[in-house]
Design a protein around this ligand. Structure first.
Ligand SMILES: C[S@@+](CC[C@H](N)C(=O)[O-])C[C@H]1O[C@@H](n2cnc3c(N)ncnc32)[C@H](O)[C@@H]1O
Length: 267
């Protein structure tokens, strides 16, 4: 069974890979859509628009691949969802439970393979999100289709991926080759096509940010005078300009992220 799934989806990473990574990971702080980084605020705007288009039925949210996630408390606190998550890394799941607890949110986090959903979670959720997941499979459409099994007809799918193409891809290839090798580079055409192949209707698919920032995207703590602190300040400086319309428009060559919003047709 597992071999069949591996072949169908073309998994590039393993459960052991993520488990080892999450064991040493610091827990991320909350995503602040008001005072946080430009990227946090930009994403918040995109999600708000997408969910407003969805109407009022947004009660149940699930994150697929939710290990050590700061997204679940965000969707719980900002939009009032009842949140759930699935991940095959036990430590990733334990971290997510702790992150939810610290944020004062209840949530149902289950340890398991996304390709084998608990039966009661099939077609159960109003919104399904994945953030940094489907690019770890050679067959993007198979990964998106697996996520779509959790979605109710008429529900909304949110997929965020790092592009790993163009300038950001080159930067990762040179600086973090091992990380680069766990990703399939994805542009918006390929990402949208994968959603269509998975039976979804694409509402929008766009690049986010004009330039890669490496460190400045989220609200992590870096010592101001460290190399990481400097890089973060440079990224933030650039995005300050971008937010005021003075940056590079998002595009296939330099944008670090792509976001696809899709819906599951009502039969
Ligand atoms: C890049 S991490 C993203 C974590 C989280 N979504 C975030 O944005 O912070 C990818 C996650 O997907 C999980 N994952 C990968 N393949 C999976 C599978 N087949 N079933 C369940 N979880 C999986 C990994 O364990 C890992 O926690």
């Amino acid at each position: 069974m597992k071999d069949t799934l591996d072949q169908a989806s073309g998994r590039i990473t393993t459960q052991q890979y993520w488990e080892a990574g999450w064991r040493d990971a610091a827990l991320p702080g909350p995503l602040d859509p008001v005072h946080g980084s430009y990227f946090s605020r930009l994403l918040h705007r995109c999600f708000k628009e997408a969910l407003a288009r969805q109407g009022t039925g947004n009660r149940r949210f699930i994150e697929i691949g939710c290990g050590t996630s700061h997204w679940l408390p965000y969707f719980c606190n900002e939009f009032g969802f009842t949140v759930s998550g699935i991940d095959y890394s036990p430590t990733g799941c334990a971290n997510s439970r702790e992150i939810l607890r610290r944020a004062g949110c209840a949530g149902d986090i289950r340890e398991g393979d996304m390709f084998a959903p608990p039966p009661q979670w099939l077609s159960h959720f109003d919104v399904v999100g994945s953030f940094g997941l489907v690019e770890h499979f050679k067959h993007t459409a198979a990964a998106v289709a697996a996520c779509a099994t959790y979605l109710r007809p008429g529900g909304c799918m949110i997929t965020l991926v790092p592009t790993m193409r163009g300038l950001p891809g080159l930067a990762y290839r040179l600086a973090r080759r091992a990380v680069y090798d766990t990703h399939v580079p994805l542009g918006i055409e390929t990402l949208a096509q994968a959603h269509r192949q998975a039976g979804l209707e694409v509402a929008s698919c766009r690049y986010l940010l004009g330039l890669p920032g490496v460190l400045g995207e989220f609200d992590t703590d870096e010592k101001p005078l460290s190399v990481r602190g400097m890089i973060k300040r440079i990224s933030r400086g650039y995005w300050w300009l971008e937010e005021r319309g003075l940056g590079v428009p998002p595009n296939r060559y330099t944008s670090p992220y792509a976001l696809c919003i899709a819906t599951k047709p009502v039969a």
